[in-house]
Ligand binder design. Sequence first.
Ligand code: PLP
Length: 287
Amino acid sequence: QWIYLNGEFVEKHNAKISVYDHGFLYGDGVFEGIRVYDGNIFQLKEHLERLYNSAKSIMLNIPHSLEELTQIIVETIKVNELQDAYIRLVVSRGVGNLGLDPASCPTPNVIVIAEQLTLFPKELYENGLEIVTVPTRRNRPDVLSPKVKSLNYLNNILVKIEASLAGVSEALMLNNEGYVAEGSADNVFIVKGNKILTPPGYVGALEGITRNAIIDIASDLGYDVKEEPFTRHDVYVADEVFLTGTAAEVIAVVKVDGRVIGDGKPGKETNKLLKAFRKKVVEDGEK
Ligand code: PLP
């Protein structure tokens, strides 16, 4: 496996970063997770635009143009001879001194890792996920916008820990007002009648690329899709609940905090949207 590291391809065991990198010391950097389906990179432009926006927000200069980054990703996939892959693109602040000030870090580190997929096991797509809500809150939009996909993932990690303490593999975070924000690394949707709701960005959700694709797909299919805040109660009484993300795609949730959702099986609309999503992935590749 070859890793892109600052202009070179190095073998996985040689792909190393200094302990003085502020990405390591402080979580100072940004990243993207991107999918490759049958040789086609899904929504690459959207991912790169989000990366540049995240970087701009934290005043990190990405030392490549969008075209250059595209080329780097394409090369990484090629060198690793992958058809279906998960790409991790990381831009860290780079090496500096022990102080917080990024001014001591003149050169960001740019890393691209391309791997075979590791998804949730197949039976979870067939049977649906059981999840819980956890005490960890989403960081407040006025502190560091949840729209910034930064290397600071501590609250998301706490969500994962709290989920596994509860004996489940995923969980939902609320914001400080008690509205449902998102999962540890996925967005959440609820279906009620013909209405589909997902929390708006200001509630404290990353504006997921998969989420946005699902909003478009659902609108095209004639659903009434809205970005609207909702509470745990709304989740408990929803007809269907599902999560979306680059790694997870679309996955049904069948139990939340012990409450069975719908009839306890992946919902009809969720399956329809998953099917439409898979179709879009193929169609985008043919363009
Ligand atoms: N929310 C968080 C916190 C994430 O890290 C991710 C993963 O990227 C998502 C949501 C889902 O976003 P996307 O569909 O762009 O992968």
